[in-house]
Write a protein that binds this ligand. Structure first.
Ligand SMILES: Nc1nc2c(ncn2[C@@H]2O[C@H](COP(=O)(O)OP(=O)(O)OP(=O)(O)O)[C@@H](O)[C@H]2O)c(=O)[nH]1
Ligand SMILES: [Mg+2]
Length: 299
């Protein structure tokens, strides 16, 4: 049996030990990782990106989505990117509590990934891992990323369907719409709709979407994730988006984007940061230091 076949067997049986090992192999970029990745034959399994500001309810939403999927006997992989800032250190623990029903379930595999320390970007590691998940028998892959900044936008670009989770008092995030959020969202969720002004906010959002109408208009779904309200509507919106993708979609553009990210990551891997640092220490105080000349040495 090949390594992939053994992992598939494990996933069928609800034993994720070999899968976890393969992930570490990829994360640590061991010598075996590249040939292993090149042996993968991914199926077209939907990758659902769930992104949004800290505490918006992303994990609670995933927790609720899992109920229906598992009841329908689906296998689901959840990858959550640990934010690197110390401000968020509670997040991993929080996720463990929020998704506690699922940590030991044979149909669900949950893994946190460090966002820090991936030279060449967390997205190349993510691309490897989501492709792995698509190759070993999962039916859905969920990627949770915190925030609405550029790096999250990049990670979201790996997903087939990106769900942006907001809360009714998300004034600042709405400002962020202008800087890219609008383009990445395939579905908007207004979570915590039990709070005041939720409907006003949802209407405002819909209006903004219409005003900024790009090629497609994302749906706006109101949820109370902690009470599993609106989850079925969300599930439907995700399915509908995925169907629209497989109909026409811009597959070539999608793959081009991924290939560019792989090339970038590969090039970045060849950069010896420590060597640059050592040389820089010798040079940067000199009167004739020129950064372009200096950098050229490493091209
Ligand atoms: N009132 C209310 N609280 C909610 C709702 N959904 C989630 N919460 C609560 O909001 C808090 C944060 O929820 P999480 O699911 O951890 O949010 P998150 O977006 O995953 O957070 P991070 O991963 O830390 O960014 C928890 O205390 C949840 O119980 C909701 O619909 N209404
Ligand atoms: Mg979370």
């Amino acid at each position: 049996m090949t390594q992939v076949e053994k992992i598939v067997k494990g996933v069928v049986e609800g034993n994720f030990l070999l899968l976890a090992k393969a992930i570490s192999q990829i994360e640590n970029k061991t010598a075996d990782a590249e040939p292993f990745l090149q042996s993968l034959l991914p199926r077209s399994v939907p990758i659902i990106g769930i992104t949004g500001p800290p505490g918006a309810g992303k994990s609670t939403i995933i927790n609720a989505l899992l109920t229906d999927w598992v009841n329908n006997n689906k296998k689901v992989a959840v990858l959550s990117v640990d934010p690197s800032s110390p401000f968020h250190q509670g997040a991993i623990l929080g996720d463990r509590i929020r998704m506690k029903d699922w940590y030991l379930h044979p149909n669900v595999y949950i893994r946190s990934l460090a966002a820090r320390g991936h030279l060449g970007g967390v997205n190349s590691a993510m691309l490897s891992l989501t492709t792995l998940m698509q190759s070993v028998g999962f039916d859905y892959i969920v990627v949770e990323t915190v925030g609405v900044g550029q790096s999250e936008v990049e990670v979201a670009s790996l997903a087939d369907t990106t769900v942006v989770v907001l809360v009714p008092e998300a004034g600042d995030e709405v400002q962020m719409m202008k800087s890219g959020l609008m383009e990445i969202a395939n579905v908007f969720v207004v979570n915590k709709s039990d709070r005041p002004n939720a409907q006003i906010f949802a209407n405002h959002l819909k209006q903004m979407i219409l005003e900024n109408a790009i090629s497609t208009t994302p749906q706006v779904i109101s949820t109370i994730a902690s009470e599993k309200v609106g989850i079925q509507e969300l599930q439907l919106a995700i399915e509908q988006h995925h169907e629209s993708l497989s109909k026409g979609g811009n597959k070539k553009e999608f793959f081009l984007n991924k290939v560019m990210q792989l090339i970038l990551a590969h090039k970045m891997n060849q950069v010896e940061v420590n060597e640059i640092k050592t040389k820089l220490e010798l040079e940067y105080n000199k009167a004739n230091f020129n950064i372009f000349k200096f950098a050229q040495e490493f091209y």
